[in-house]
Design a protein around this ligand. Structure first.
Ligand code: UN1
Length: 513
């Protein structure tokens, strides 16, 4: 499969074997008989098996997570940060090995596979600093000899349900921040990428054990309809952070809010780049190509639409089509490949179906749009990335197809571009390529982008961890990772202290007994 390493070598490097337990709650538990197989999208081969978490083990895991929380939440936050610092260092040492597993299990290129681990390291660094900055406000009390302030208190056990496309970094965005906030975390990774989760947990929990802290990170594996449902309906889990599809997110949101629990939802995107004639076209070209093609179009932040100024439309689109023809699609283990496989056969079918629908709706296929057989990897799930000229009244471009399909649109005025841009149900990421300050400021005004992320002269994909990550509308409204997202993982408590010798009441109310 790879030039220098076979599958068993990649597994052995990260401590995995043929069959692996998918349940960690202080120990690796052999939960039950049911197993899932992890297949590599690179060549369709079976990588290894994982035992699924049974209900009884789930129960034990939640109980242990509550116990760990009781201890962990009492550890001073800066000391909690020290554990995360050591975890970040362990990830640094294992970056290449874990990155290779990511490439094997979900098909990312070497650079993107390692980038996934780098994202974890970055958020670990961020969380360490944060552990000394969980600030609350103080306010002046209207009452004499009273002090008022707010403090942030750990929430409790929380759960992270992650998706295959960022099989471990999104977990760390949530978990490292939650850990310095004093929470414990139960992780349910995607059933399509369980091995990466297990390998990461081995590294992370090796550090937790070595430093003698309670087992704050646990793992359960199983389908959304079994384990996912148990998590969503479990009142002991204070927050469910979910990354995945809009329909699943709507369901989870309904179940969790039905018990008045909290959610962070990071659902579908349908991200667009506006390319103005006043932009640096080389930057725009690279930004759009990276956004549309990286991770084979399987990022929530992937560029799915390019809205191009009519003055440069023909030449820009022509250059883009040319760039697509030079991009190598194939095994992520091969040098020079920029686009790997889709995750599975179902994703390829979804891609082909969307292309078909787009054509039926009047879209003009400018390149790609077919299944691709890669020599030596005939059972892998490859496609040729597509560019489609959108037609008026099209509907397929309003939905997120998790594959490399880029719809292109022509605009005359920026107002028209903005209308096209915002006319989708999703609102995650957006970008404008322009050097005209008026255009840029319009894009950033309240009449402009309606997304959670708005970029200027850089594409829709590839956000840094330091900003709050998430989006509006059907993307779900959640924010994870940087900025003040940490507040999601704590509860705010308003404190009033009377240090006087009588009891004045607020609003001047009198109550003399
Ligand atoms: C996702 O696709 O769920 O901004 C996350 C990016 C990555 C994260 C994407 N840093 O493209």
């Amino acid at each position: 499969m790879t030039k220098n390493r076979d599958v068993s070598g990649i597994l052995a490097d990260v401590g995995l074997s043929e069959t692996n337990s998918g349940s960690f709650n202080g120990n690796w538990v052999e939960s039950g008989k049911e197993r899932i197989t992890s297949f590599s999208p690179v060549d369709g081969s079976r990588i290894a098996e994982v035992t699924v978490t049974e209900r009884e083990t789930y129960e034990q895991t939640v109980r242990k997570s509550i116990k760990a929380f009781e201890e962990w939440s009492m550890v001073p936050a800066p000391e909690r940060g020290i554990l995360i610092r050591e975890i970040g260092n362990a990830l640094r040492l294992n970056k290449e090995k874990l990155g290779r597993l990511v490439s094997l299990e979900v098909g990312k290129t070497k650079s993107e596979g390692e980038g996934e681990i780098q994202e974890m390291i970055d958020v670990a660094d961020f969380a360490v600093g944060l552990s000394r900055q969980l600030y609350g406000l103080t306010m002046s009390s209207e009452r004499t000899n009273h002090r008022m302030y707010e403090q942030w208190v750990p929430l409790g056990p929380i759960s992270v349900i992650s998706s295959f496309n960022f099989p471990c970094s999104v977990w760390s965005w949530n978990s490292f921040i939650a850990a310095v906030a004093g929470d414990t975390v139960i992780w349910k990774p995607s059933s399509k990428a369980p091995l990466t989760a297990i390998a990461v947990m081995k590294v992370v929990n090796g550090v937790v054990k070595r430093l003698g802290y309670p087992d704050i990170f646990s793992l359960v594996i199983g389908s959304g309809s079994s384990i996912g449902e148990l998590i969503s309906s479990d009142h002991r889990i204070k927050l469910v952070s979910f990354t995945g599809s809009i329909p699943s997110g709507k369901h989870i949101s309904t179940v969790v809010s039905g018990r008045l629990g909290k959610t962070i939802l990071e659902l579908g995107g349908n991200n667009a780049a506006i390319v103005s004639s006043k932009s640096d076209l080389n930057i725009a070209l690279k930004g759009v190509a990276f956004g549309a093609l990286a991770t084979a179009g399987q990022r929530c932040t992937s560029t799915r639409r390019a809205i191009v100024d009519s003055r440069i439309y023909d030449s820009f689109v022509e250059k883009l089509v040319k760039a697509y023809s030079s991009v190598r699609v194939g095994s992520p283990f091969e040098e020079g490949v920029l686009v790997g496989p889709l995750i599975d056969g179902k994703a390829v079918d979804g891609f082909l179906k969307a292309i078909d629908t787009a054509k039926k709706e009047g879209g003009k296929l400018l390149c790609g749009g077919t299944r691709l057989t890669v020599k030596g990897h005939e059972k892998g799930h490859y496609v040729t990335p597509a560019i489609i000229e959108a037609s008026k009244g099209m509907t397929i471009d309003k939905t997120e197809t998790f594959a490399p399909i880029l719809y292109v649109y022509r605009y005359e005025t920026l107002e028209e571009a903005m209308d096209i841009h915002n006319n989708v149900p999703q609102g995650l990421s957006s970008s404008i390529f322009s050097n005209d300050v008026r255009e840029v400021e319009y894009f950033l005004s309240s009449r402009g982008s309606d997304c959670g992320i708005a970029n200027v002269n850089t594409g829709t994909a590839g956000a840094e961890i330091g900003g709050a990550f998430g989006g509006e509308k059907e993307t779900g409204g959640g924010r994870e990772s940087g900025s003040d997202s940490w507040k999601n993982y704590m509860r705010r408590q308003t404190v009033t202290i009377n240090y006087g010798k009588d009891l004045p009441l607020s609003q001047g109310v009198r109550f003399d007994v």
